[in-house]
Structure formats: C-alpha cells, structure tokens
Design a protein around this ligand. Structure first.
Ligand code: ACO
Length: 429
C-alpha cells in the first residue's frame, strides 16, 4: 500500500478502497468505484459552493490564506505592487514569466493598439438609460463585443486567441470610461495612446475642456498599484464563472461578461461599493458599537470583512491601507476613513470577529481611495473589473489548453418527488 494514499472502508460492504493522494488532494473519480451493486453510480462528493474542491491545476496565483500570503507566478504581491506595473504584471500572469525590456515594450504597444472600440459599440452604450448602473452597462457591453469579433469563437487558434486577449485588456478601460461618461451625460473621450494604460484611462474618465489631460502622477501610480492588487485571486467566484462558461467553448468576450456579472454581486466585487454605503449608514464613530452589535446579532454583515480563503489579514488590504495615505495627501482626507479605522480597530478586538477569523479584505479600504480620487460609489465594481479582466483571461487560456479539462458539469443530489402520474388540471385540488 503506497504511503501517499487514503484507505477507505465502505462499512456497507466491508470493502477497502485505496485512493491515491496527489498534491494533498484526492481525485473524486476514484470514489465512483465505491458502490454496493456494479450498476450503482458510485459515491459522489457533496460540496455546495466548492468550499473544499479544487476545480483545476493552475500555475498563475498562489494563496496561503492562513498566513496572508499572495503570490503571482512566485512573485509576492508586495514586491509586484512596489516594483512592477499593471501591464507588466498582466504579462507575467499570462506568460508565467516577467518580460524582457523588448517584450514589455511590444506588449504595451500591442495593448495600446487595441484601446479603441467600434463606433457601433458606442452607439449601443448610448441606448442605456441615463441612470443605468455602470456595472450593468459594463457586463452587457462586454457580451456585445463578441458580436463585433466573431472570429473570437476560434478559441484553439493561438494567434486569434492572442488577439482577443489584447482586445479584452485594451478595451475594458474604454468601455468602463464610456459607461461613466454616459451616466454623467458627458461626451465620450477617445483613447489617447500617448498616455500610460492608467493615464489614458483617467483621461477617458475625467478630461473635460483641457487641450491635453495630465493625470496627477501620484494618483496615476496609486491606481496602477490598485490594478496590480486586483489583477487575479485564483478561483474566486468571477474567475470560476469565466472558467465554467469558457468550458463550453463560448468565446472569451461572452465568458468575460459572465465573469463580470459574477463580480457585480455585493459578496464579491460589489463589496467595495457596499463598504461605502455601510460607512454612510454608520455616519459617525459614536454609532460604531451599535452597528457592531447589529452585525453580531446576525442582522447584517460588516462589509469588507471576511474572506473564503484568508483567515488572516488580506495582504492586499495592508498595501491599500498604506496607499491611502499617499492618495489622501493629494486629495485631502476622506472623513469616512476615521470611521473605517475605528471600525477595524473595534472589530479586530471583538471576540465574534476573532473567533471567526474575520479580517479586512481588499475591499475595506479600496472604496475610500476610489472615492477620494473622484470615482462615484456605484462605479467601484467596474474599477475592480478592469484589472481582473487580465486574471480572467489568463485562467480562461489555462483552462482551454488543459487536456484534463472538460465542459463543467457538476452533479446533484436529487431530493424531489419520486416518479408519479401526471394529473390533468381538471382533477387537481
Ligand atoms: N460580517 C459579519 N459576519 C461575518 C462576515 C462579515 N463580513 N463574514 C463572515 N461572517 C460570519 C458568518 O456569518 C459565519 O458566522 P457563523 O459561523 O456564526 O454562521 C462565519 O463568519 C463564517 O462565514 P461564511 O459565510 O461561512 O464565510 P464564507 O467563506 O462563506 O464567506 C465572504 C466569505 C462571502 C467574503 C463573507 O465573509 C462576506 O460576506 N463578507 C462580506 C462581503 C465582502 O466583504 N466580500 C468581499 C470579499 S473579497 C472579494 O471578493 C474581493
């Protein structure tokens, strides 16, 4: 019997099964051999919300949630945030290695050549109501992009796949900015390819009448760091949506729209928006104890706290907290920061949060920075989606090229009615 295995005794039959352990994991296909009768389906596993299930092998992102560690292709997030740029990190997670100077220059140039969107995409966006949620516009427009690039369906053509990757990363800031301008009733600003990725994005968002928009270098750098921090987080809800939809061989724009829809929810990318709403509701430091009591009574959540994987301080939240000071030096201090700091202090000392290992996550402080930079609250999930698109597309490509992957199709435990005869409506009730 191999040491790297699990012996399972089926007490119904007395049979013993040996299941190999690889990478601290057992492959559930072996459980299908555990059955009473040869015609039985075999044992299934039950794991709602995939709490203890690996759905793939990946070489992109490593997280050690107990120790608060996040690495992309082996590089700690702290080093990437300090020394890399968003586009370089995007190259890293797609190619699994840092680019040379020439490779990086070409990569930046290639992305920059894909920042414009078709005029009909603009017209499509003009059709949204004036008060449409920017994330709703973003999700729908991503899906619509698939109709502009029908060749994106040819997902096994390497060159075409690369083209869609460039298009997605290059165009999402433009779609995001157009969604913002639409809600403001302001004319769309076309991309300026002389600016950096983030500089151009800020230009499309905030340019008004000036001849040339000049992003503030500190704010431009801060947003670039925020984009690095949000670029990927392995099998989170939206990335899983990207993989699941992509597994049916849908084109990457449709799959990315599904991923963005998953990100929209307040338990995921919508949490930073929910944090600001929560801070507004709390209103002042004096109301914090009462608010904490409400949370502990199960009447709501402390938004921006807790994580499925991190049972320690989210390393991204630590970096963002420091970044906030640099941004507030330029923009002025957001009064809600005091509430957030005090909320964190109280929560981290409270038995309820300690026992459940609830710490601030990436969303707790990011919204405050976005707000200080002039982004409206309902726009925060879109700011998350821009960099995460690079993560989604990296996972999508990894999944497409993985020979062990198939169309995602989980099983269920059926607990409904047994077979029964159809009753005509005249004889019911
Ligand atoms: N406030 C209060 N209690 C919480 C919180 C919270 N933010 N998060 C978890 N808990 C409690 C749960 O009620 C549960 O308590 P119980 O054991 O008494 O029932 C316990 O902690 C465990 O929580 P789960 O819901 O089992 O944790 P799960 O891994 O399913 O959820 C999640 C993780 C969704 C992030 C959750 O912590 C949450 O809703 N947080 C607030 C929303 C948020 O900030 N989301 C952003 C996540 S990061 C991201 O997506 C980028």
């Amino acid at each position: 019997m191999s040491k790297n295995s699990l012996s399972i005794t089926d007490n119904r039959t007395g049979k013993i099964y040996e299941v190999p352990i690889e990478n601290e994991t057992i492959n559930t296909k072996y459980l299908r051999e555990i059955k009473i009768n040869p015609t039985d389906l075999g044992l299934l596993t039950y794991d709602p919300a995939f709490v203890n299930t690996s759905i793939c092998k990946s070489t992109i992102t490593y997280i050690d949630g107990d120790n608060g560690i996040l690495e992309h292709c082996g590089y700690p997030i702290e080093e990437l945030a300090e020394q890399s740029t968003f586009l370089e990190t995007a190259y890293l997670i797609l190619h699994r290695q840092l680019p040379t100077k020439n490779e990086l220059d070409k990569w930046i140039n290639d992305i920059t050549l894909h920042t414009f969107i078709h005029e009909n995409v603009k017209k499509l966006m003009e059709g949204f109501r004036y008060d449409a949620h920017p994330m709703g516009m973003f999700v729908s427009t991503l899906a619509a992009l698939s109709t502009f690039y029908p060749e994106a369906k040819l997902i096994f053509d390497e060159e075409l796949r690369r083209k869609q990757i460039l298009r997605l990363i290059g165009k999402v800031p433009t779609v995001a900015a157009f969604a913002y301008r639409h809600t403001k009733g302001m004319p769309y600003v076309y991309p300026d390819n002389d600016l950096s990725f983030v500089g151009n994005y800020l230009n499309m968002m905030f340019k008004i009448a000036e001849l040339r928009y000049k992003p503030h270098p500190v704010l431009e750098k801060a947003l670039d760091i925020l984009f690095i921090l949000h670029i990927d987080h392995e099998q989170n809800c939206s990335t899983t949506a990207m993989r699941v939809v992509g597994s049916s061989h849908a084109d990457p724009f449709s799959a990315a729209a599904a991923a963005a829809a998953a990100l929209y929810g307040p338990l995921h990318g919508g949490a930073n928006e929910a944090v600001l709403t929560m801070l507004d509701q709390i209103g002042s430091i004096n109301n914090i104890p009462q608010f904490i009591k409400t949370v502990k009574d199960g009447k709501g959540k402390l938004m921006g706290f807790g994580h499925r994987v991190y049972k320690n301080y989210d390393p991204r939240a630590r970096i963002i907290k420091k970044l906030a000071d640099q941004v507030f030096d330029i923009t002025g201090r957001n009064p809600k920061l005091e509430i957030a700091l005090e909320l964190e202090r109280i929560a981290l000392q409270d038995e309820y949060f300690i026992k459940r290992k609830l710490y601030p996550n990436v969303d707790f402080y990011s919204g405050l920075i976005y707000k200080a930079m002039g982004f409206p609250t309902d726009f925060f999930p879109v700011l998350f989606a821009i960099p995460r698109t690079a993560g989604w597309i990296s996972h999508w490509q990894e999944m497409i090229l993985d020979p062990e992957q198939k169309i995602a199709r989980p099983r269920q435990i059926y607990l409904g009615s047994q077979k029964r005869k159809y009753t005509p409506i005249s004889r019911r009730g």
